[in-house]
Design a protein around this ligand. Structure first.
Ligand code: NOJ
Length: 543
């Protein structure tokens, strides 16, 4: 029997929490987080915080050229993170608490140390040669075409031994699989089946739209809008991403998931609405349950802009497509750094009250900010390869160790561990789980209350959405106000994106009762004809 709440599935009503496993909890003293560490923190996730599903970034064997996104064995566990027995225990303990586990699947590329690639590069005649994308040099020599790597430089590396180039859109240690070869499709489905048989609840699928490329390997056109800054953005990536054929492949993955009960797939899709919708598939050919919607990460943090963006996304959703929202992940600067610490609560109230499934990034519940990494500690490949733009493209600052308490190493690792893989934030003695639990109006306590309220409130879980037109123009520019409602419950979410007090005039709504303020100091009845929102305040009001 699939688990449903009022006919909604777990991935529709639940809140997803992303863990970057290197940084969550070290249990063996090597300064790197691991699976037994996560198991130790499950009570925090299920009881203290109250999330429903956990997505864990890759934990497979890997030489770590892209911190696990270069997979050397799809059905193993990297010894840094533990053993398969540790994984089984984690899954069992999660399920015992009613938590779902979403694994990160990285099908587009393997590690160059994966046995498939070792075989493939061994000779042009090898049976696995065609498992990867090999091309002859261009007629005059050099790369086969102009394709670029996301992390800097060409997307092709020459292999001396066999005299051909192989394709990699990330680091050169991440060769791309050839999904035009049915054997590769079958091998990846087998890897998925391995985890599904173990009872894993779903997959977050890395760069899902990149899995097929132009069979003619045509040059990509220049992007006329390129501002000369980020080299990869110089080209329009029409031959390396979002090819129509990729949808057949995703549908095959979906069919496999649907042969098990209650499993889900969320795709990594940085796309405008029209292209994003294609990743839900069609009723006849379903694809992702959720193609990630990253617009809250990418939009300028202005009330009127965000409102427009939410309205446009809602309007673009195709029938039966379930919405979703994301505020942060391991590839993006920390939320509180992007929009300012003062707005972090408003942003989280938005994330957890919009229609659809929210995904939160570990540490955002504490308001963690980017940590500046001393040059000798920088590890992330795009930063190492492109030092002149490292401060923009480097991702170490948002991947630093979780701040659990004020002890040396912040409870992330035992106090006697001398070196953590990335440095801790300098403010960890003040900003940590223990101190915030003690402080009644902390960010963490706000987050917990908001999650609990969401869980108990049908209008937020599956109610409809309608944004409000505000007057005068100044209020419209600074505030985003919307209603959520079911047949028997109506709520108003009123968010002040500005650092000044704003007075909303919503006399047509009569009176309401404040259920939650981002400041945790306000409750009770309000006349909505003059609803005053303090600077950076958000309120949920029951109508
Ligand atoms: C997207 C992942 O989120 C990112 O961390 C990784 O570097 C690339 N895909 C390559 O796998």
């Amino acid at each position: 029997m699939s688990e449903k709440t009022n006919n909604y599935l777990w991935w529709q009503t639940g809140v997803i929490y992303q863990i970057y496993p290197r940084s969550y909890q070290d249990s063996n003293g090597d300064g790197i987080g691991d699976l037994p560490g996560i198991t130790k923190r499950l009570d925090y996730l299920s009881d203290t915080l109250g999330v429903d599903a956990v997505w864990i970034s890759p934990i497979y064997p890997s030489p770590m050229h892209d911190f696990g996104y270069d997979v050397a064995d799809y059905t193993g566990i990297h010894p840094l993170f533990g053993t398969m027995a540790d994984f089984d225990r984690l899954l069992e303990e999660m399920h015992r608490r009613g938590l779902k586990l979403i694994l990160d699947l990285v099908p587009n590329h393997t590690s160059d140390e994966h046995p498939w690639f070792l075989e493939s590069r061994s000779s042009r005649e090898d049976p696995k040669r065609n498992w990867y994308i090999w091309r002859d040099p261009a007629p005059g020599g050099g790369e086969p075409n102009n394709w670029l790597s996301v992390f800097g430089g060409p997307a092709w590396t020459f292999d001396e031994k066999t005299g051909q180039y192989y394709l990699h859109q990330f680091v050169k240690q991440q060769p791309e699989l050839n999904y035009r070869n049915p054997e590769v499709v079958a091998a990846m489905l087998d890897a998925m089946r391995f985890w599904l048989e173990k009872g894993v609840d779903g997959f977050r699928v890395d760069v899902i739209g990149l899995m097929l490329k132009d069979p003619e390997f045509r040059d990509e056109p220049l992007d006329p809008a390129w501002n000369g800054f980020y080299p990869f953005a110089k080209l329009n990536h029409i031959y390396t991403s979002n090819l129509p054929e990729v949808h057949d492949l995703i549908h095959q993955m979906r069919l496999l998931l649907d042969s098990y009960e209650d499993r889900m797939m969320v795709g990594e899709t940085y796309l405008p609405n029209d292209m994003l919708m294609k990743y839900y598939g069609t009723p006849e050919k379903l694809e992702c349950h959720l193609p990630f919607n990253f617009q809250l990460i990418l939009a300028p943090w202005k009330a009127a802009t965000v409102r427009q963006m939410v309205d446009d996304y809602e309007a673009a959703l195709i029938p039966d497509a379930w919405p979703n929202w994301v505020l942060g992940n391991h590839d993006q600067h920390r939320l509180a750094t992007r929009i300012g610490a003062d707005q972090a609560r408003v942003a989280n109230m938005l994330l957890l009250t919009l229609r659809g499934t929210p995904t939160c990034y570990y540490g955002d519940e504490l308001g963690l900010e980017n940590v500046s990494i001393p040059p000798e500690k920088v590890q992330d490949p795009p930063a190492v390869n492109q030092p002149e733009i490292a401060h923009i493209v480097g991702r170490d600052p948002e991947r630093t160790p979780m701040q659990w308490d004020a002890s040396p190493n912040a409870g992330f690792a035992s106090p006697d561990v001398s070196d953590l893989w990335l440095p801790l934030a300098s403010n960890y003695e003040e900003v940590n789980v223990a101190s915030q639990l003690d402080e009644p109006r902390s960010m963490l306590n706000f987050y917990r209350k908001l999650l609990a309220y969401r869980k108990a409130t049908p209008a937020l879980l599956w109610g409809d959405y309608r944004s409000l037109d505000l007057q005068p123009a100044e209020v419209r520019e600074n505030c985003f106000v919307f209603e959520r409602g079911t047949a028997d419950q109506r709520l108003l979410v009123a968010l002040n994106f500005s650092g000044q007090e704003q007075t909303l005039s919503l006399s047509e709504l009569g009176k309401g009762r404040v259920a939650l303020s981002t400041m945790l100091d306000r409750q009770g009845e309000e006349d909505l004809a003059t609803l005053v929102l303090r600077a950076n305040e958000g309120c949920i009001i029951e109508l």
